[in-house]
Design a protein. Structure first.
Lengths: 106, 106
């Protein structure tokens, strides 16, 4: 399964408004999120480093007391154990990459 | 530096036709490549796991004897120590994520 289309993967609604598809490698997990406009992601943290890439739309991310708006071309690098939360300003497509693997998403 | 715009980063031409911007976290390196149409990436391998995401354009990737065309929505998960090569069918924007950090790109 080295090549994957997000559209072929099953999705689950982990949080209201966030439909996620998950791919697990050896050291990383990739998620593709289809997000409804206005959907909020409550503050949380995890031991995994996370990179958030907005492919479409605008996503407001709060991290370490700083709020920024991610759009295509602007990413966030979220260190391990760092509280973060978010809100979709518009309908969004987001790719998150985590390391190590998110065993809680398996 | 949790929030970054690829357009603000310095780029270097690691391979002819591949202008790369690099961001290093604790466990992962993210690269954003602007690729010229037709540019070839010779076969190589590395101990890092790699996830390749084509944001714009079409990129032909060969991995473990299998060739596939990546487009937005279709990704590759390249295991460590696996020979791979590529060719841009069109002008492309590609995001690669590696784990662990690519110290050779630092």
């Amino acid at each position: 399964m080295p090549f994957l289309s997000f559209d072929d993967l099953d999705r689950s609604e982990e949080i209201p408004g966030y439909l996620g598809a998950f791919v697990h490698g050896e050291n990383m997990t990739v998620t593709n999120w289809s997000v409804e406009a206005g959907a909020e992601f409550p503050e949380h943290e995890h031991p995994h480093e996370q990179i958030s890439i907005v492919v479409e739309g605008e996503f407001e991310l709060t991290l370490g007391g700083e709020t920024d708006v991610l759009r295509p071309g602007r990413i966030a690098v979220i260190p391990p154990e760092t509280p973060h939360s978010g809100r979709a300003r518009t309908e969004c497509e987001i790719i998150d990459v985590f390391s190590p693997v998110r065993e809680d998403y398996q």
